[in-house]
Design a protein around this ligand. Sequence first.
Ligand code: SF4
Ligand code: SF4
Length: 366
Amino acid sequence: METFRFRDRDLALKIVGKIKEYGVKATFMHVCGTHQDTLLRYGLDSLLERVNVKVKAGPGCPVCVTPPEEYEEAITLAEKGVVITGYGDVLKSPGYDRSLLDMRAKGCDVRIVYSVSDAVNIALKTGKEVVFMGVGFETTAPSTASTIINSPPENFSILSCHRYIPPAVQKLLSMGELKLDGLIQPGHVSTIIGLTPYERLLKEFNIPQVIAGFEPLDVLMAVLMLVKQIYEGPPRVENEYVRSVKPEGNLKALNMINQVFYPIKVHWRGFPEIEKSGMKLKPEYEKYDARLKFEDSIGDLSSGEFGKPKGCLCGEVLRGIADPEECPLFSVRCTPQSPVGPCMVSIEGTCHIEYRYKKRCKQVKR
Ligand code: SF4
Ligand code: SF4
């Protein structure tokens, strides 16, 4: 019942009316798959466009931003007989031209798990080498970290593809490809990291920012708060999602991340390498680092250059400079049933969300 308070249609229209009163024309960006889902599922994107506000999706889907070479590392290990475990969308995403599930169809031992501890249990039961492909931002990294702290068996290791989100936002703003008037910051990530990283972005870019929850009224309120900031100034960091996000974040989860990982420069799909944006296991936990354990098999893959399918605009979609429908493959060759790029594989992917709620078939339109 509580949830429905945040879906009240009349209140939503009132907020949109308030946004209109400010008469501000603006482009905002969010970095969260669930925000994109809320925007399209409830038609907020069209409502906001009517009052001159565009909200673009950025690099907010962890499965999508993981670059092909990291999927290739897991695929190569699967070919060598290692048991590969991960969440469903991770296993479906393509490396160069094949996914982990394709490898399972060819007889490799690739298993979907629902938590890192499921993967540890597989290691305990089978006694085989088991690798967990850890994909995700600050939200999922604490559970990986906690598993490592609790000394899993030595035949278990992590292929860490975890990433910190603030450096990617910093990179996106410094690349300057898109003129943004404000940022809607992600709710779940912010429950962990708190407000401090956004204060740093404010200092560097002087850009309005609002942390938002995931219900329609949360997102509309965040837009209203951003528009108000633009109108009245000065830019600041505000928290719309006070019911979950504390200014200091979740210190226990942050401590676990900091105990196990340290930041390194890594590649994100569609981006150049981003300083201090990847989570690497610290030397004291290196026996659980799959990249070190299987260095002979996958050591040269991380620096490899992998092409992208012809016409695929996933990189541009992730940087917010192209909409899914601008991709020539969208709903023609690339659909959720037969995805070409990761943005169509993951349910948090911008193309998958666009297809789910708008599903415009270019072939029919022609
Ligand atoms: S983990 Fe949560 S906050 Fe992060 S992108 Fe996914 S839905 Fe958004
Ligand atoms: S439609 Fe498919 S190929 Fe095109 S950008 Fe989206 S996921 Fe990539």
